[in-house]
Design a protein around this ligand. Structure first.
Ligand code: HEC
Length: 165
C-alpha cells in the first residue's frame, strides 16, 4: 500500500511541476488529524499595532535620525500645528479613529519608520512587513496625505515624542 502511495505521489510531483512542493507538504501531514494549519503572521500576533519594533527603520528617504534626549519644544509645537491640520482628519492621539492612535507611537516605532510612513506611505504599505500588517488590520484603508516635507515629518515626530513622555 505504501508503495502505491509513493508511486502516486511521485506521479503527482512529476505531473504537477511547480505545485509539487505544496502537494508533498499536504501529503506529509498526518492523515488522522486535520490538515496542519498554516500559521500566518496575522494569527501569531493579536495586533500589529501592539508590536514594538524600534530597530525597523522602514523603507523610504529617511535612513538615520539622531534624537536628542531633551525635547525640542519649538519643533514639537510646529509638529503639533502641522499634525492638527494634516493628520487629525484620520488620527487621534488617544484612541483609534480612521487610523491608529498615535499618542504612544514613538515608544513602538523608530523615528525613521514613522517619518518613512508619513513620507513614503504607499511603498511602506506594500513592502514593510509591519506597515503591511497594520494596513491589513485597518481593512486596507489607505493613508493619504499631501506630500510632507522632511522638516515637517521630523517636527511631527518631535510632537509625538512629547505626547509619549
Ligand atoms: C486619510 C486618512 C489618514 C491621514 C490624513 C493620515 N493617516 Fe496615518 N494612517 C491612516 C490609516 C488608515 C492607517 C493604518 C492603515 C494604513 O497604513 O493605511 C495609518 C497609519 C499611520 C501610522 C502607523 C501607525 C502604527 O500603529 O504603526 C502612522 C505613524 C501614521 N499613520 C501617521 C500619520 C501622520 C503623522 C499623518 C499626518 C501627516 C497621517 N498619518 C495622516 C490614515 C491616515
Amino acid at each position: 500500500m505504501k508503495n502505491v502511495l509513493f508511486i502516486a505521489l511521485a506521479l503527482l510531483i512529476f505531473s504537477c511541476g511547480d505545485k509539487a512542493e505544496k502537494k508533498k507538504f499536504e501529503y506529509n501531514t498526518p492523515k488522522t488529524t486535520k490538515p496542519a494549519k498554516v500559521v500566518t503572521k496575522t494569527e501569531e500576533v493579536t495586533s500589529f499595532e501592539t508590536i514594538v519594533d524600534l530597530e525597523n527603520k522602514g523603507i523610504g528617504p529617511i535612513k538615520s535620525i539622531e534624537l536628542d534626549e531633551t525635547l525640542n519644544m519649538d519643533m514639537a509645537k510646529k509638529g503639533e500645528a502641522f499634525f492638527n491640520t494634516t493628520c487629525v482628519a484620520c488620527h487621534k492621539t488617544d484612541k483609534k479613529f480612521i487610523g491608529p492612535a498615535l499618542g504612544d507611537i514613538t515608544t513602538k516605532r523608530s523615528p525613521e519608520w514613522i517619518m518613512n510612513m508619513i513620507m513614503n506611505t504607499a511603498q511602506m504599505t506594500k513592502k514593510d512587513p509591519l506597515a503591511i500588517g497594520i494596513y491589513e488590520e485597518y481593512n486596507k484603508a489607505p493613508m493619504v496625505t499631501a506630500p510632507v516635507s522632511e522638516d515637517n515629518a521630523r517636527a511631527i515626530v518631535e510632537y509625538l515624542r512629547s505626547l509619549a513622555q
